[in-house]
Design a protein around this ligand. Structure first.
Ligand SMILES: *[C@@H]1O[C@H](CO)[C@@H](O)[C@H](O)[C@H]1NC(C)=O
Ligand SMILES: *[C@@H]1O[C@H](CO)[C@@H](O)[C@H](O)[C@H]1NC(C)=O
Ligand SMILES: *[C@@H]1O[C@H](CO)[C@@H](O)[C@H](O)[C@H]1NC(C)=O
Ligand SMILES: *[C@@H]1O[C@H](CO)[C@@H](O)[C@H](O)[C@H]1NC(C)=O
Ligand SMILES: *[C@@H]1O[C@H](CO)[C@@H](O)[C@H](O)[C@H]1NC(C)=O
Length: 319
């Protein structure tokens, strides 16, 4: 269904109005200050919003070893670390540059939990470097596993490798020119690529930065993100494997966080698209911990995303 059809769907509009009202009222926030006028073109607005990939959250059984591995092998920095003894977990942020401008990984260690179920839905993180060969050697030396030695594939020119950290989490290494965002993508497996592409385009305002279908290899992918140049931005790689109809979620991958200028309008857009394509809001827009406005939803495949107010995010990482 295209945007015009959605816009013209009056039944949907009244559903949306009810949905948003119940979300806002149900979340004990100031409803009157945040009503989204559904006559707004929220889907058009999403394309104009200031969007950025903020972080991806994963759970690890050995925090120190993971941090060390990412620093020593990949060249990431430990950007912050905080212990929450009352809630029995520690959080560490690692990445290639400051959180204020870079996509980062948030590692969560729950006291006493030594390992997690990887599942099959979460694929890998992508890292871009000008020379991936020394990274592969460092991974080998630090007890990681090389699942694909560096090289090209099928006459292509792209040099890449796949490695696993000491938790068994997978990383794709891509050899490319310098980029402002070396942590380049997160891969998620999907059972219906077209449905997911539509959802990420309409509900989140992303663009297809690259896509291909390889029947001989039995898969198709779409790289979805903001902007137009895959070499300069972060993407979520949606991968469809032919004939695979089910993935297990596991409990390693928690969610992806994306910045927005208005969580209420963003939520209205997600609710509208979810009605048509699938997915649902699991935490309504509101003011949460540390005075950060956010909301969460699952996409049609059940993967969680959190949208976070851009200003609140900047404030929260400074404090
Ligand atoms: C998006 O931005 C353009 C250019 O500033 C503007 O003309 C248009 O009205 C905006 N659309 C929405 C729905 O906000
Ligand atoms: C990590 O290492 C530091 C210093 O060596 C230590 O104080 C801390 O308890 C360790 N944390 C975990 C989660 O093992
Ligand atoms: C992106 O990087 C690849 C590999 O380095 C290069 O072949 C391609 O031309 C780049 N694309 C753009 C738009 O710069
Ligand atoms: C996805 O959509 C394209 C173009 O609309 C179509 O050619 C393709 O067969 C579809 N693929 C699947 C898996 O539904
Ligand atoms: C997918 O299933 C169809 C029908 O069973 C089969 O013809 C095809 O070879 C399968 N493709 C792959 C990549 O396994």
């Amino acid at each position: 269904m295209d945007k015009m059809t959605i816009k013209q769907n009056r039944r949907l509009r009244s559903c949306l109005l009810l949905l948003i009202s119940s979300l806002v009222l149900g979340s004990s926030v100031l409803a009157s200050a945040h009503e989204v006028d559904v006559r707004d073109d929220v889907l058009g607005w999403v394309k104009n919003d200031t969007r950025r990939f903020l972080n991806a959250v994963i759970r690890v059984g050995d925090l120190n070893r993971t941090i060390e591995f990412y620093m020593e092998c990949f060249g990431m920095k430990l950007l912050s670390s905080k212990d929450f003894p009352e809630e029995k977990y520690t959080k560490a942020i690692v990445g290639f540059g400051p959180q204020a401008s870079h996509f980062v990984i948030e590692l969560v260690y729950h006291y006493g939990v030594k390992s997690y179920d990887l599942g099959t839905a979460f694929g890998h993180f992508g890292i871009v470097a000008e020379d991936i060969y020394p990274i592969v050697e460092r991974v080998r030396q630090h007890g990681g596993k090389i699942t694909r030695e560096p090289g090209t594939m099928g006459g292509g020119s792209q040099v890449f490798a796949f490695v696993e950290d000491t938790n068994g989490y997978s990383f794709e290494l891509l050899q490319k020119g310098p980029t402002p965002e070396p942590l380049s993508h997160v891969m998620l497996q999907v059972t219906d690529l077209n449905r997911s592409v539509s959802f990420y385009e309409k509900a989140l305002g992303m663009n297809v930065l690259q896509s291909y279908d390889s029947p001989t290899d039995g898969f198709a992918i779409a790289m979805m993100g903001y902007g137009s140049d895959l070499n300069k931005t972060v993407a979520v790689e949606l991968k469809y494997n032919y004939n695979i109809t089910r993935y297990t979620p596991g409990n390693v991958y928690v969610h992806l966080a994306i910045g927005t200028d208005d969580v209420y309008r963003s939520a209205a857009a997600v609710a509208l698209v979810a009605e048509e394509i699938g997915g649902r809001i699991i935490r309504p827009p509101g003011l949460y911990r540390r005075h950060v406005q956010s909301f969460s939803f699952v996409d049609p495949e059940g993967r969680k995303t959190v949208l976070v107010d851009n200003k609140d995010y900047l404030r929260s990482i400074q404090g």
